[in-house]
Design a protein. Structure first.
Length: 144
């Protein structure tokens, strides 16, 4: 078996290889904002984003003649939702920070980190989308 070598700068090869790990992610997309937010976080962890993933998927999808450049329907829908959620180019950032929990009376320590992680997971699940709502969620979940 022979392999074709394509010469490209290592930076491009590395980006494409990283994105290839996620290039079928759109196939599991069922319309969930949570799925899109979590995908944005996963891609951000490897210094990529949904916009670049969409470009890779478009390239892959359009490379089979006689197809014209286009996105598969699920990727197009995923990209549209990512744009609406403002996570197309970057992952969502946690709304609730340690300083907010300290203001609410939570003591510094490991429990604070657990609350912050739970809050970020809840944010990704769409349970809140403002800092005030995040504070309310934390009070209800952990401080009442």
């Amino acid at each position: 078996m022979s392999f074709l070598t394509i010469r490209a700068p290592n930076a491009i090869v590395d980006r494409v290889a990283t994105l290839c790990r996620y290039h079928l992610a759109h196939l599991n997309f069922g319309g969930s904002p949570r799925y899109v937010r979590k995908l944005a976080v996963a891609l951000d962890a490897v210094d990529e984003n949904i916009e670049m993933l969409a470009r890779l998927v478009e390239s892959d999808h359009s490379a089979r003649p006689p197809l014209l450049a286009s996105l598969p329907e699920k990727m197009e829908t995923l990209l549209k939702l990512a744009n609406e959620l403002a996570v197309k180019d970057a992952a969502p950032q946690p709304l609730l920070m340690g300083r907010h929990l300290l203001e609410l009376g939570v003591s510094p320590g490991p429990e604070l980190g657990k609350i912050l992680q739970a809050a970020f997971d809840a944010q990704l699940d769409g349970k809140f989308d403002t800092l005030d709502a995040a504070r309310g969620w934390a009070i209800k979940q952990y401080l009442s």
